[in-house]
Design a protein around this ligand. Structure first.
Ligand SMILES: *Cc1c(COP(=O)(O)O)cnc(C)c1O
Length: 336
């Protein structure tokens, strides 16, 4: 089975499961889990931040960050299609009384900083208090340029705001650019890094920041029911992923590029250039999209069925499968 819907569909490998089974564990609500403590220290060191906190999901680490940066009636600046606005069920507003100020996203995945600056509210009791700018890297597979992030940092400095990064796929940016995780995290006050995407763990995300910030996040995590006990089994999978699943993201990127190049040869498909581990294809109609998806399913290939379709390469898509995928698309398009 080849499942291209997302990099979240990966199965934990046998070696990862072995590391999980062998992990020493303890009650993490007491701070007693050695595997979690080691992972949090490792992530703090790798990101160059004072402290790190494990949580179940990227949604939770983003929520912890928003709740820890902003009080009720305070505002965060964010992209319309960024995960922290659109895909987290409005948690910041529901649970934190935090006001979102969304912006259209530019073609390169960034926000127009001049537009952002115009929306920063002056200190006036009519307005929410602008507190935070939240960015995302990668966004739909696109690596956000370092120069842009430096400009965003200057903007938040000028207005005494905080800067958060949703780095669910930040390791893809690390591998694509060759810049270290530390370099990617340096401009940010806080970063959320998800391990159940391309890194291939079944669960787990880490939030990093300064010590006082992580202490606030720790309290929020407890309040949200996110305090876990012998969860070192999760941290062990994440530690394994740091050892074995980071450098290999380059294979996913090469596979996405090869897949895009092959699909671009097929008549009637409009293929956008591959970005890290994602390829977007555009079918001539919604009907063709549905039919191709159904035909591919008969060939044990799972893809979505929207007219502009995302294909994601990951651990479960070996490079040897790329020629097969391209010919399967070709066949499915002929039948559609
Ligand atoms: C997947 C994802 C997250 C976190 O999602 P979870 O499924 O909750 O781990 C956050 N941001 C982005 C951009 C994502 O793609």
């Amino acid at each position: 089975m080849l499942d291209l819907r997302s990099d979240t569909v990966t199965q934990p490998t046998a070696a990862m499961r072995e590391r999980m089974a062998a992990a020493p564990v303890g009650d993490d609500v007491f701070g007693d889990d050695p595997t979690i403590n080691a992972l949090q220290q490792r992530m703090a060191d790798m990101t160059g931040k004072e402290a790190a906190l494990l949580a179940s999901s990227g949604t939770q680490t983003n929520l912890l960050a928003l709740l820890s940066h902003c009080q009720r009636g305070e505002e965060y600046l964010v992209g319309q299609e960024y995960h922290t606005y659109r895909y987290e069920a409005g948690g910041a507003a529901v649970l934190g009384g935090i006001v979102p100020q969304p912006f259209e996203i530019e073609a390169d995945g960034t926000l127009d900083l001049a537009a952002v600056e115009k929306r920063i509210k002056p200190n006036d009791p009519h307005f929410p208090i602008t507190r935070l700018l939240a960015l995302e890297n990668t966004h739909t597979g696109k690596v956000i340029p370092a120069e842009y992030i430096a400009q965003a940092r200057e903007l938040v400095n000028r207005h005494q705001l905080q800067l958060h990064l949703d780095g669910a796929r930040l390791f893809n940016a690390v591998v694509a650019t060759g810049d270290s995780l530390h370099q990617h995290c340096a401009p940010f006050d806080s970063v959320s890094i998800c391990f159940s995407k391309g890194l291939g763990t079944p669960i787990g995300s880490v939030l990093v920041g300064d010590r006082a910030f992580i202490e606030r996040a720790h309290r929020w995590r407890k309040m949200l029911g996110g305090g876990m006990r012998q969860a070192g089994v999760i941290a062990a999978a994440m530690d394994y992923a740091l050892d074995h699943h980071v450098a290999r993201l380059a294979e996913d990127h090469a596979n996405a590029e090869a897949l895009a190049a092959g699909l671009a040869q097929l008549p009637s498909l409009n293929v956008e250039p591959a970005q890290t581990n994602m390829v977007y294809i555009n079918y001539p109609s919604a009907e063709v999209a549905q039919k191709v998806s159904a035909e591919l399913r008969k060939m044990d290939i799972i893809v979505g069925s929207s007219q502009r379709l995302r294909l994601v390469t990951h651990l479960g898509i070996p490079s040897t499968s790329i020629p097969h995928l391209i010919s399967a698309f070709s066949t499915a398009l002929e039948l559609a």
